[in-house]
Design a protein around this ligand. Structure first.
Ligand SMILES: NC(=O)c1ccc[n+]([C@@H]2O[C@H](COP(=O)([O-])OP(=O)(O)OC[C@H]3O[C@@H](n4cnc5c(N)ncnc54)[C@H](O)[C@@H]3O)[C@@H](O)[C@H]2O)c1
Length: 395
């Protein structure tokens, strides 16, 4: 094991880091700074498919975005699309993707449907010439996701997928602290996220669903964003609650994991671990505004940092080092990062030429980890990964 070459002192040029950090940490921009001046003159026409629970967070965010013109709402439960269209003054609503693609023209599809529906809807939209922002996952396998990404590129389109956790100022602080070598040689990291599980839709618990793509995806994106692509995965998964009661549907049988522990090898001796599940009591349940306990930590030979709040709704980073052992709070200023901003950031990117810090390759690497975690559980072995993404994240 190498212990002398700090894996995390390399990525940023030190002078560049010091110059950037004073500005960036004071007010972390939501998109990478680029030569293009932001302009609200060009609006991106947006069609939203899936008008369920998460859309209630997305619609207000999209409505407030100066780069967005909401053109269409769509849902196979047409009353939901109609209600969203009325509430958010969207001129068109449709009962399915075919009618939507044949209807009023738009540029960016925002896919907020069931996890099992993403892959084929994303493909249909790309084939019809639309850019795509997809809730997680972009596709159900890494190969299918890569194929979608290749297809989008041949057509000159963009494809992105949730989550946006690398956009937060807390992620930026932690990445820059690692890049500066403040923790010394990093050894380990840990992250945890869970609640008692949704009761409004069955898809979370059936094939293509599960706690890994719904919840673990945040920790996996944040930790690979900090520590780099994983090389192999070892995991255990289980079903703790085999029967669930779903609103309007009654009792159902759970077939995908609702409890998961995943170990990642990032190379250079760095190991991390995430846990997620739909059986985690939490006094704040899904709410995060007042949730300040640590959910993620990174430990090195000369320092330790802990993230206060969830990685999708972080509040601050507490840092202790060999030079300053008393924990000191950082990155706790008021900021405008919110987890539901992905589609708005994509519209801003399309309108201005800026690039977000999240990439489709990173999202697909996480899809490969999730698939590998299940394979590891089934076969009782380490599973090697083949994908990677551009790292360090370009914050
Ligand atoms: N609910 C949350 O708090 C939350 C948070 C972050 C991310 N997400 C993600 O958002 C996605 C949606 O979750 P949700 O909780 O909103 O589920 P939901 O069941 O509340 O909403 C999904 C909607 O999609 C519609 N739909 C399904 N298939 C469709 C199709 N082929 N064409 C058109 N509409 C279709 C359904 O009728 C439903 O209205 C999932 O990927 C989930 O992981 C949810």
């Amino acid at each position: 094991m190498r212990t002398t070459e700090p894996h995390f002192s390399i990525p940023l040029n030190r002078r560049g880091f010091l110059r950037q950090s004073a500005v960036a940490l004071a007010a972390a921009p939501l998109l990478a700074r680029a030569a293009v001046t932001p302009s609200a003159s060009r609006k991106i026409r947006v069609g939203v498919i899936g008008c369920g629970s998460v859309s209630r967070m997305y619609f207000p965010n999209l409505t407030a975005c100066p780069f967005v013109e909401l053109v269409a709402a769509c849902d196979i439960r047409p009353e939901r699309a109609k209600a969203a269209a009325e509430k958010f003054r969207i001129p068109n609503h449709y009962p399915g993707i075919e009618r939507m693609l044949a209807g009023a023209p738009f540029d960016l599809l925002v896919n907020l449907t069931d996890m099992q529906e993403h892959e084929h809807l994303n493909r249909q939209a790309i084939e019809a010439g639309k850019h795509v922002w997809s809730e997680k996952p972009i596709a159900n396998s890494h190969a299918a996701g890569q194929e979608l990404l290749a297809l989008s590129r041949t057509k000159g389109l963009r494809l992105w997928g949730a989550p946006t956790v690398v956009q937060s100022p807390q992620f930026a602080f932690m990445a820059k602290t690692l890049a500066a070598g403040t923790l010394g040689q990093v050894a380990s990291a840990h992250a945890s996220y869970g609640h008692l599980g949704p009761d409004w839709a069955a898809f979370f618990y059936t094939k293509g669903g599960g706690s890994l793509p719904d919840l673990g995806v945040y920790n996996l994106t944040f930790l690979t964003g900090l520590l780099g692509p994983a090389r192999s995965v070892t995991a255990m998964t289980s079903i703790v609650t085999p029967k669930r009661s779903i609103q309007g549907k009654g009792e159902m049988t759970v077939t995908e994991e609702d409890n998961a522990m995943v170990l990642l090898d990032h190379g250079h001796g760095v190991l991390s671990h995430i846990e997620c599940g739909f059986n985690y009591f939490n006094p704040n349940d899904h709410a995060y505004a007042g949730q300040d306990h640590h959910t993620l930590s990174v430990t090195g030979r000369q320092g330790l940092m802990k993230l206060a709040g969830y990685d999708w709704g972080p509040h601050a980073v507490d840092l202790s080092t060999a030079r300053e052992p008393a924990f000191k709070r950082h990155a706790d200023a008021k900021h405008d990062y919110v987890w539901e901003n992905g589609a708005s950031l994509c519209a801003e990117c399309l309108a201005t030429g800026k690039e977000p810090w999240f990439t489709p390759e990173h999202a697909l690497h996480v899809v490969e980890i999730i698939v590998a975690a299940r394979e590891s559980q089934a076969a009782g072995k380490h599973v090697k990964l083949s994908s990677t993404f551009k790292w360090p994240v370009a914050i």
